[in-house]
Write a protein that binds this ligand. Structure first.
Ligand code: SF4
Ligand code: SF4
Length: 427
């Protein structure tokens, strides 16, 4: 990306963005970022890349998407980890995550979805209805999935505004469910071929699989460093890297994250941290935190703890597992993709005990002192699953704090009080 300041208003206008509303939205980001990020001390130098990405959040990357479309490519919007990015790339598409992490146009959104819908869905609808998201306005196709009930029904309404294709994700992981899911992967390929006008070729899928795996490997390297005492990077910075992974250029992102990982590995070797060695270490598990939702990490780290890991879709669920790169046939590659994606442990599955094992494994490997289970309010799957996850975490000897929240600032005072007491208890 070039860092020459450019006025993006003409581009946004062409995309159909509501310019005054969008200016207001973008105007709020610098202060939010300043408070959550730029007040931190001792950040890795490599995070300068992410500072730049956030400063250009609707600018240069959107320009790249517009240029990509002008050159004959497609842009595909997604809302969930179960949509294989490899397939989109292999037909010349660029994947952009559309989950929104800030309240916007809730009044309009609530004309479509009930008030007691989770913030993630409500915000996604609000961003679309309010015409303030150039990623959503750039998408040639949006792929939904049958995960939770809220999303499932939202796709029907969103489909009135943009082309939406829904993949049927099973709710269990039995052999019959795997067969259904494999068929859904085939059908998704057909849809992507139709929209892109390109046939899926084995060579292109092999390249795309390696590129997306490389992105995951870079994030694995960065996150492995967080096991060190003292932690060489804050939880906020590590979270930001995963949030940006959902829409950034894949090879560039991989290169930048590997650069940060080099720096962190050196910090670990030198015993350099961003917090004192005695700072309590917290693992966070639960619902995803889409950009710019930095609320809980900021509260936890301002209370004197450091977040050392996220068992979330904006965390380990995103980068821990790789697609097997060994198959040489298209069929074999699609098998590998089906297997990898069905192996994500989201609370929309039953049973979902593997997620509990993941939480315990991460707490142990990252040397966490305690676990925070955070759910978005009205997320029935995660809020209900919190009961069994929290029980297992406690039985394993970790203190656990359960937080149910949304994107507003209204509960920040109350959450801060509870988190501060929790962090004191961990000391
Ligand atoms: S929490 Fe579940 S439904 Fe939400 S993005 Fe992750 S996998 Fe998809
Ligand atoms: S947070 Fe929960 S309710 Fe909201 S979209 Fe994700 S799974 Fe569905």
């Amino acid at each position: 990306m070039s860092d020459t300041a450019v006025d993006h208003h003409p581009m946004w206008e062409k995309l159909g963005i509501d310019l005054p509303a969008h200016d207001m939205l973008l105007g709020a980001i610098p202060q939010l970022y300043q408070d959550a990020y730029l007040t931190q001390e001792g950040r890795p130098q490599g995070m300068a890349y992410f500072d730049f990405v956030v400063s250009e959040i609707h600018g240069l990357r959107i320009k790249e998407l517009v240029d990509h479309k002008a050159a004959g490519g497609i842009v595909v919007g997604t809302f969930c980890l179960y949509v294989p990015e490899e397939l989109i790339r292999a037909v010349g598409g660029l994947n952009v995550g559309l989950c929104a992490g800030a309240e916007w146009a809730y009044d309009e959104a609530e004309c479509y979805v009930p008030r007691n819908t989770c913030a993630l869905i409500k915000a996604a609808m609000g961003f679309k209805l309010g015409k303030v998201c150039p990623y959503a306005e750039s998408a040639d196709l949006v792929i939904g999935e049958t995960t939770c009930d809220g999303k499932k029904k939202t796709w029907e309404l969103l489909g009135e505004m943009v082309p939406v294709y829904v993949t049927e994700l099973p709710q269990m992981k039995r052999p019959a469910d795997r067969t259904l899911w494999r068929g859904e992967i085939e059908r998704l390929v057909e849809k992507l071929e139709e929209v892109s006008g390109r046939k899926l070729e084995a060579a292109a899928l092999k390249t795309a699989t390696r590129e997306v795996n490389d992105k995951r490997r870079a994030l694995q390297r960065l996150n492995a460093c967080r096991a060190a005492h003292p932690a060489p990077i804050s939880g906020r910075d590590a979270l930001l890297a995963v949030q940006v992974a959902f829409y950034d250029d894949v090879p560039r992102f991989t290169q930048m994250v590997n650069k940060i990982a080099d720096e962190l590995e050196q910090r670990v070797a030198d015993g350099v941290g961003v917090v004192p060695p005695e700072a309590p270490r917290v693992l966070i598990t639960g619902t995803p935190m889409s950009i710019p939702n930095w609320k809980i990490h900021t509260i936890v780290e301002k209370a004197g703890a450091v977040v050392v890991g996220e068992e979330q879709c904006t965390g380990s669920r995103y980068y821990e597992k790789l697609v097997d790169e060994s198959p040489e046939t298209l069929d074999g590659m699609l098998d590998a993709i089906a297997d990898k994606y069905l192996d994500i442990n989201c609370a929309c599955f039953t049973p979902n005990t593997a997620r509990t094992y993941d939480v315990l494994r991460l707490a142990r490997d990252l040397h966490a002192d305690g676990v925070i289970h955070q759910s978005l309010q009205f997320c029935a799957t995660y809020q209900t699953e919190a009961t069994s996850v929290d029980r297992a975490v406690k039985q394993a000897g970790y203190p656990v704090l359960r937080l149910d929240t949304d994107y507003s600032d209204e509960d920040v005072g109350q959450l801060s009080t509870r988190v501060e007491a929790f962090v004191e208890m961990l000391r």
